[in-house]
Design a protein. Structure first.
Length: 197
């Protein structure tokens, strides 16, 4: 696997086509997103990596500053900005969060993005590799990968109204959901961590 990673070292999706740069997800950068497990730009602890590389595949805790009062939903996208071969970053998790149903306002505990047992107020959508949180599993020898936890504050009465790709939002591919959002983004923020093998 090291040879493959080395051969693909210069092939990366980059973030030009990430959720953060999509036209429908533009808004003021008013949210501060943090985790007790790593600092912005820091290394994501191995326990949050995927099981195929020896991690536990447990999503890290996330905390964010208060969104605007008119916020009715939060969209969380976790992307690998450096995935090789793919034309867009790989979506490692996509979820809708109802801020009124969280146990603690502005906070998700570790493991809250599990497909089998998400935290209260978390609706897990499809990602590039399935459902729920999928931790970092970069190719060995490919170099550092940046993983972004992007949070968008939305004003919408109906989660189904977020995507217009023909399929219900729970079954729609992540890129369809991300590129077809029409609900206004009132605030957004992101946290970036790094993983490498």
């Amino acid at each position: 696997m090291t040879l493959l990673g080395t051969l693909l070292r210069n092939q990366r999706a980059r973030d030009a086509r990430s959720a953060w740069n999509l036209p429908g997800l533009q808004g003021p950068d008013l949210l501060t997103v943090t985790s007790s497990r790593f600092e912005h730009g820091g290394t994501i602890p191995h326990e949050h990596a995927g099981k195929r590389v020896g991690g536990l595949d447990v999503s890290p805790d996330l905390t964010w500053s208060a969104p605007p009062p008119e916020t009715t939903a939060l969209l969380l996208a976790v992307e690998d900005l450096d995935a090789p071969i793919l034309p867009t970053p790989a979506v490692h998790c996509l979820a809708l969060i109802d801020p009124a149903r969280l146990d603690v306002a502005g906070h998700l505990p570790p493991g809250a993005l599990s497909a089998r047992a998400p935290a209260a107020g978390v609706r897990i959508l499809r990602s590039t590799v399935g459902r729920g949180y999928h931790g970092p599993e970069p190719l060995k020898g490919h170099g550092p990968h940046r993983y972004t936890f992007e949070l968008f504050a939305l004003t919408t009465e109906d989660g189904e109204a977020l995507a217009h790709g023909g399929a219900p939002i729970d079954r729609a591919r992540p890129r369809i959901v991300l590129s077809s959002i029409t609900a206004p983004v009132t605030a957004r923020g992101r946290l970036t961590g790094v993983a490498e093998r």
